[in-house]
Write a protein of this length. Sequence first.
Length: 84
Amino acid sequence: MAKMTCKCGEYLSNQQSPNDIQLCVYTDREWDSILEQDIWESWKIPMPTYDVWRCPKCERIYVFGKADKEGNVKAIKIYCLEYD
């Protein structure tokens, strides 16, 4: 379970389950691999490679990489909406 503050100041946490912060995002290859395993129990579906969070206030998207040797995880990509 993790928590952080978005760049807009909104508090984000995935401590509640279910939540509207953490998204399950799979690549096509990851999803095809899961389907090939013929998994019927949802708890057996592996977690996606990347952890993706969405801020409900500003809709900024954070993509987190894998943990380093100390177990720290940081955002490797941050996307925000463009307004015209």
